[in-house]
Design a protein around this ligand. Structure first.
Ligand SMILES: NC(=O)c1ccc[n+]([C@@H]2O[C@H](COP(=O)([O-])OP(=O)(O)OC[C@H]3O[C@@H](n4cnc5c(N)ncnc54)[C@H](OP(=O)(O)O)[C@@H]3O)[C@@H](O)[C@H]2O)c1
Length: 379
């Protein structure tokens, strides 16, 4: 049987769009049930879209190079031209944070399914509006938190919840930070208030994801939302958050999370997230977005002794082809094929939960965006 073809329309020709398209173009032998084509690429400047196609996908995706789809990608000088392209059945939005709501809304209103980069929107109210439009029109909508779809992340949850290698999980401590301050100009998207910059909107989705994967998804938590969410922000001179720490509690598990992100320094690569349980810990050794390796450390004696003795570490690796964005793309394609409006691995409600945390932390720390940046304000 022919694979289902996801025909992508790409919005914005920046860095992450180029990574996404390069990953769509990776041909994999196991990729039999879905295939990808790149139908159209949109930029505010048509020559940029043409150069993007030349550099990243001159022959389109695998569905084009193997003859399943005949047409090559077309370059468009406006995003609207991509939304209106009849060959496109799914839009990928890789533009700045402050544009996610407007572009996703325009795509949905043109009748297209949408995968929008993280953060899904700037607040809960914007996201609720998108979900409502998507549901009314029977369209698929998902936030692109690609990490959820990586092989190591499925393995991590199997070790935590099925094999229970570290016992009952009691704490998640994560720090995902990158040195940008005083290195890139203050006008960079990460430091501009107008682009809804700051560490929390940029890297925050990944630190909160650590708590979601180990605590919120924990079967014993029964999908209870985190409580006592508290945040502390240190502001950069441009007004965005330079460093943010978020605390949260999961009362059903008697467990909590301490989550930090910063643009002021690089967090150590070998211990960016530590998940601690009653029988040991799992350390995530990679950048928290592109997870490929974890170390399982189990306590050697029971009951827990005063002096901990450890068994030999077990290192589990799941290397990725390319950057790793093809796993979320495949998941989106399968959702479209199956007529689903959301993907169970990245449901609307979990994007909403993260945005609610961000709303609370911004409010606690008076992180106010200039008028007009948020298209709808949260209450
Ligand atoms: N999933 C991930 O791992 C990951 C990694 C990095 C970034 N991201 C997310 O992806 C988004 C884009 O990040 P990026 O690093 O790719 O940024 P980037 O390289 O600066 O690209 C952003 C693109 O947005 C478009 N754009 C629309 N309005 C704009 C405006 N007023 N000013 C400037 N550009 C505008 C531009 O496309 P045209 O000029 O072609 O119109 C630009 O190329 C962000 O929301 C970020 O959170 C995700």
């Amino acid at each position: 049987m022919s694979p289902f073809v996801a025909s992508w329309g790409i919005i914005g020709c920046g860095w992450i769009s180029s990574m996404f398209v390069k990953n769509l173009c990776v041909v994999r032998s196991d990729d039999t049930d879905v295939a990808h084509s790149i139908a159209a690429v949109g930029s505010r400047d048509k020559s940029k879209a043409e150069a993007f196609i030349r550099e990243n996908c001159p022959n389109g995706g695998p569905a084009q190079s193997n003859g399943l789809v005949e047409a090559n990608p077309v370059a468009c000088g406006s995003y609207q031209d991509v939304y209106e392209n009849a060959k496109v059945n799914i839009i990928y939005i890789g533009t700045l944070n402050n544009t996610h709501y407007t572009e996703a809304k325009a795509a949905l209103e043109a009748g297209k399914n949408v995968l929008v980069e993280k953060p899904a929107c700037l607040n809960v109210a914007e996201w609720d509006s998108l979900v409502s439009i998507a549901k009314q029109r029977g369209l698929f909508l998902m936030e692109g938190v690609w990490t959820r779809f990586l092989p190591l992340v499925y393995e991590l949850q199997d070790q935590l919840f099925n094999k229970k290698v570290i016992g009952d999980i009691k704490n998640v401590t994560a720090n995902f930070s990158m040195a940008f301050y005083n290195i890139v100009p203050d006008s960079h998207r990460n430091f501009a208030l107008e682009s809804a910059g700051g560490a929390m909107f940029d890297l925050g989705p990944y630190i909160v994801l650590c708590a979601i994967l180990a605590l919120y998804h924990n079967p014993a938590n029964e999908r209870s939302k985190p409580e006592n969410v508290r945040g502390v922000m240190s502001k950069a001179r441009t007004g965005v958050d330079l460093s943010t720490t978020i605390l949260m509690d999961f009362p059903k598990l008697e467990a909590n999370a301490v989550l930090t992100t910063s643009f002021a320094y690089c967090s150590p690569k070998d211990e960016r997230c530590i998940i601690t349980g009653t029988k040991g810990e799992i350390v995530l050794n990679d950048g928290l977005s592109r997870l490929t390796q974890m170390t399982i450390k189990q306590i050697d004696q029971e009951p827990a002794p005063r002096v901990l003795k450890w068994k030999e570490n077990v290192v589990v690796s799941r290397p990725l082809p390319g950057f790793g964005l093809m796993f979320e793309a495949d998941a989106v394609a399968r959702s479209l094929r199956d007529g689903k409006l959301e993907n169970p691995r990245m449901p609307h409600e979990e994007s909403r939960m993260v945005l609610k945390i961000f709303d609370q932390v911004r409010k606690q720390n008076e992180y106010v965006l200039p008028d007009g940046i948020e298209k709808i304000k949260s209450q």
